[in-house]
Design a protein around this ligand. Structure first.
Ligand SMILES: Nc1nc2c(ncn2[C@@H]2O[C@H](COP(=O)(O)OP(=O)(O)OP(=O)(O)O)[C@@H](O)[C@H]2O)c(=O)[nH]1
Ligand SMILES: [Mg+2]
Ligand SMILES: [Zn+2]
Length: 369
């Protein structure tokens, strides 16, 4: 396969087409300059080991990545959803990311803290993350709290999708329960059996938007992708409804171009939700506790044993479930640990990458003269 940008000079200005893949006009302005470069801007559709399937909305082709990117410590390794520069079937640079959904890598636990030591990127440049949870055994408010914190930590907007609504007589009760722990987050009831929720979900996958789905294995992510697409494009697992157990069906992630115009990323199920970096997530996902905390006697109250603690008082008089506060404390400990460990902020890494890309472009221009 040849590099489509090299063989079709008329396609060297693919920026217009890139809007079909979710390109944002003002994300990387200097790329207008790139139009005459022998480089091609493309989006990573799927990643398999060190091989990357990329698209410029006209063609798809496989790329390897320049050694520098593969050796770089995680941060520069191209992930699904990344915008990249390609040349001769090589990814030469990863463009600065708008955001990145990532989590702590399973099995990379620190023996003492029990906290993941490595970051596992899930996808980059997202407008929304669908947190998918089935209304079967999968349903768990504490787990949803963790997902919310994970997504907020990455600075992305969550939408909660409760699938398998057909398995419950009163799914609205579950919806209300979730709304009570997810302030201002849209909570949508869905069922693949009767297409419930399709229109509501569709508003998030319109042209220009990119969405990634996360959730446990068997939650119904691929089934949802199929329902939205209108035909079976993702493999799903068949599970017994009475048991409610799922097999891992989706093994690699992929960016799907949806008929609604947007891009949807299906992911394999997540077994454990470990955080990969500290952030503002906890304040966003526990707004109720944050609000109560304003009435604590001490400004730096940790809501554990302090006198005059408004949060503990709320637990005592039944306003705040004790499990929710426990969940908050546990996440707070994990995030505090991560914060203390990180030496370089995500901001700083991103700034360095910008500098690197700008230098490369300068260099290209100089050589052309
Ligand atoms: N009753 C009912 N079953 C559903 C619904 N959506 C999904 N399922 C079933 O749930 C099982 C798991 O669905 P998948 O879509 O494969 O789940 P997944 O989240 O993609 O799982 P992984 O790829 O392993 O992460 C399948 O057997 C589906 O038929 C639904 O709306 N109603
Ligand atoms: Mg799947
Ligand atoms: Zn307090």
């Amino acid at each position: 396969m040849t590099n489509p940008c090299a063989t079709h000079p008329q396609r060297r200005n693919p920026l217009d087409h890139l809007f079909q893949l979710g390109w944002k006009k003002n994300t990387v302005l200097f790329l207008e300059d790139m139009a005459t470069e022998p480089h091609c801007v493309a989006r990573v559709i799927s990643v398999q080991r060190n091989l990357f399937l990329v698209s410029n909305a006209q063609e798809e082709w496989l790329c390897s990545a320049a050694g520098k990117l593969l050796h770089a410590k995680n941060a520069d390794f191209p992930v699904t959803g990344d915008w990249v520069l390609t040349h001769d079937k090589h990814i030469t640079a990863v463009l600065p990311r708008q955001n990145m959904l990532s989590r702590g890598e399973a099995g990379s636990h620190d023996r003492h803290s029990g906290i993941a030591q490595k970051t596992q990127p899930i996808a980059a440049n997202l407008d929304t993350v669908f947190i998918v949870s089935g209304l079967d055994r999968d349903f768990n408010l504490r787990r949803l709290e963790r997902y919310l914190t994970l997504v907020y930590n990455c600075g992305i907007n969550p939408v909660i999708i409760l699938t398998k609504a057909d398995l419950q007589n009163a799914p609205e009760n579950f919806q209300m329960e979730v709304e009570s722990i997810a302030f201002g987050v849209p909570v949508i009831l869905c069922s693949a059996k009767n297409m419930q929720g399709k229109e509501e979900v569709e508003q998030y996958i319109q042209r220009g938007q990119t969405v990634a789905m996360i959730g446990s294995s068997g939650a119904g992510k691929s089934t949802l992708a199929n329902m939205l697409y209108g035909k079976d494009i993702q493999i799903t697992a068949h599970v017994s409804e009475s048991v409610g157990k799922g097999r891992h069906a989706t093994t690699h992630r992929e960016l799907l171009k949806m008929p609604q115009g947007g891009m949807l990323i299906d992911n394999p199920g997540i077994r454990e939700i470990a955080f990969s970096e500290g952030g503002e997530g906890i304040q966003r996902s526990f707004e109720d506790i944050e609000q109560l905390a304003e009435y604590c006697r001490f400004a730096d109250c940790t809501h554990q044993t302090e006198p005059g603690c408004a949060v503990l008082r709320a637990v005592q008089n039944g306003e705040l479930p004790a499990e929710r506060l426990e969940s908050y404390h546990k996440m707070q400990r994990e995030l505090d640990y991560l914060e203390s460990r990180s030496t370089k902020s995500a901001d700083r890494i991103e700034k360095e990458r910008w500098k690197d890309v700008a230098l490369r472009i300068k260099d290209l221009k100089r050589r052309r003269r």
